[in-house]
Design a protein around this ligand. Structure first.
Ligand SMILES: Cc1ncc(COP(=O)(O)O)c(C=O)c1O
Length: 440
């Protein structure tokens, strides 16, 4: 196909997108979801452009997305994968690799080792710990930042502790000074789950650049989307190679798709008990997965990435305006409002409201009231993971009490701040909530 034909098709895509009517908002009738994707003509053009290549597996768009993502995120390396959950799996699995050796400043994580985390969050931040035979140790959270209580975290360390793996909750960074100091002092790995916090900063530095590895999700609910997708970021070249190997079937070879012999030693290796010269393409250093993405997905991610600053600004603006209106309207009498961690500039994922002890309001009724009025709500994911059916029979440890985790499980819910929430939707959300507390 000629370049002219390609351009004609892409122009048609732009026109097709422009002809789509914008959905009108009718208060009380149009549903306001808590999250959503914001796609434009450029995203469609990227998607179709990648499709016209018919390359299908990760190619030119994927390569560009990985290098641009590393640049934007502030790490040396970024590796795409199929989801945020896969990114968490790869990040944690990399710490258990037999290749963790002399080039690393910390020992390999082994079955039975303890990993500090929180129970107020998403299950796949914690699942990889259990899936590798390690023991998650749940520490309580702070009721206002809904992030790990760092005093409790330090107390939870034992001689068996090897790592910390925690998400920046709903876009609000956890106390990175305290957590990184603890990891440094005790020689612990740190994985930052940044799936809900892309673009947040702590003391002016991007989150995800503090620990050994960080993860992102590009599911439509998140700051940018590629449909299904995620990424693992790291500064450590050795860790990057392990992550890549685990993602790509466990292979030892690092040639990109369609390329051979980039090591110039393809038939000169002798590894394991294999014969000398066994094709490096088929030598496996890990029991790996195939968690690679397609170039169509990557093309959308690449185009979305350029819009990230605008998306984050809108999320922050919605958060700020909701807070101002809620404070002025007396919502704080009944609800604990979310607060940024000191020193942090969050990249908000959602707006968490926790019903205060003593308020007559009941979470079930409040959520139903809002949903009946077409305002979408969500709980803080699993609430308290330790109480989920999936954790029955799992070897985990709770450090101290999970009082605030249980409070969040029982009395908190969140509403949206995503860029699709414009002034009309925001004003309506504020009016409904203020009316609710006025009548409480
Ligand atoms: C904190 C956190 N980590 C991981 C994930 C998993 O991401 P994905 O849905 O892309 O697997 C989510 C999902 O929303 C999340 O909120």
């Amino acid at each position: 196909m000629s370049e002219i034909q390609r351009q004609l098709i892409l122009d048609q895509c732009r026109q097709f997108h422009a002809a789509k009517p914008a959905a009108a908002f009718v208060p009380g009738e149009t549903y306001i979801p808590v999250t959503g994707k914001v796609l434009d003509a450029d995203d469609l053009v990227h998607l179709v452009d990648a499709s016209l290549d018919m390359w299908l597996t990760m190619g030119r768009f994927g390569d560009r997305f990985e290098s641009r993502l590393a640049e934007v995120f502030g790490t040396r390396h970024a590796r795409l994968t199929v989801s945020g959950s896969a990114a968490n799996l790869l990040a944690f699995a990399s710490l258990t690799s037999p290749l963790i050796g002399d080039k690393f400043d910390k020992p390999r994580v082994r079955p039975g080792d303890e990993v500090l985390t929180v129970a107020a969050g998403f299950p796949t931040t914690v699942a990889p710990i259990v899936q590798h035979g390690c023991v998650p140790v749940f520490v309580d959270v702070d009721p206002e930042t809904h992030n790990v209580n760092v005093a409790r975290l330090a107390e939870a360390v034992t001689p068996r502790t090897r790592a910390v793996m925690i998400a920046h909750s709903l876009g609000n960074p956890f106390d990175l000074d305290a957590v990184t100091a603890l990891c440094r002092e005790r020689g612990l790995w740190l994985i930052e789950d940044c799936c809900d916090a892309f673009g947040a900063t702590y003391k002016g530095k991007g989150i995800g650049t503090f620990g050994d590895a960080a993860t992102l999700s590009f599911y439509p609910a998140h700051h940018i989307t590629m449909g299904e997708g995620g990424a693992v970021m790291t500064d450590h070249g050795g860790l990057k190679r392990i992550i890549e190997s685990l993602r790509d079937w466990g292979r030892d070879c690092w040639c990109p798709p369609g390329k051979d012999n980039t090591c110039n030693r393809r038939f000169d290796w002798q590894l394991g008990d294999l014969p000398l010269g066994y094709d490096h393409k088929y030598i496996y250093s890990h029991l790996g997965y195939n968690l690679k993405v397609s170039d169509m997905q990557a093309a959308v991610g690449l185009s979305q990435l350029e819009k990230l600053p605008g998306f984050i600004a809108k999320r922050r603006e919605n958060f700020r305006l909701l807070t101002e209106a809620f404070r002025a309207g007396g919502l704080e009498e009944h609800f604990i409002l979310p607060k940024a961690t000191p020193g942090a500039d969050p990249s908000w994922f959602g707006y968490l409201l926790t019903i205060r002890d003593g308020s007559p309001l009941k979470r079930r009724e409040v959520v139903k009231h809002l949903e009946d009025r077409k305002i979408g709500t969500r709980l803080l994911f699993a609430g308290n993971l330790a109480r989920q059916p999936a954790f029955k029979g799992v070897d985990f440890r709770v450090h101290g009490e999970l009082t605030h985790t249980d409070k969040i499980m029982n009395d908190a819910f969140w509403i949206g701040v995503w860029p699709g929430i414009d002034q009309a939707r925001r004003d309506y959300m504020i009016a409904v909530l203020l009316d609710l507390v006025r009548r409480a």
